[in-house]
Design a protein around this ligand. Sequence first.
Ligand code: ADP
Ligand code: MG
Length: 148
Amino acid sequence: MKLTSRGPSETEEIGFRLGLRLRPGDIVALFGDLGAGKTTMVKGIARALGVDSGEVVSPSFTIITEYGSSPPLVHVDLYRIAGAGDLEDIGLWECIGGNSIAVLEWAERAEDELPDGTLRVRLTNPGGDDREIAIEGLDEEDRDHLQA
Ligand code: ADP
Ligand code: MG
């Protein structure tokens, strides 16, 4: 499905609605350039899980941040990852899946390695404050919920 966001608060709201649909074990892969709105969307997902969105920042330097929600939210930023081999080194596969909900920024870095069932979210900036947000992998009920 494709959604258009007209500003940061709309992107966060889309994240919030998506977050309400997520279940333990879900993995959300966020694709898009710097400034596309990936972290903004994660703030909304975090809020849906009861995490203070002010706690959510781009985890570029830490690569993996886990928030103590229930289920836990694992926020990953793959910006600094050079290749698929690094994914093992950072322990990505031990940190995602399981009972947590994982969101991955710069999922381009792991595209060929993403587990089956990963939700793919592609954010693009056509200009100004608009963002096109394409989400793949949702069932019909989830789509209805996000459209409303
Ligand atoms: P990323 O994590 O993809 O690098 P961020 O969410 O950190 O992106 O930053 C997005 C930037 O773009 C912020 O400065 C935000 O204010 C701005 N922005 C403008 N319009 C939007 C929009 N519709 N959705 C999300 N961010 C937007
Ligand atoms: Mg970011």
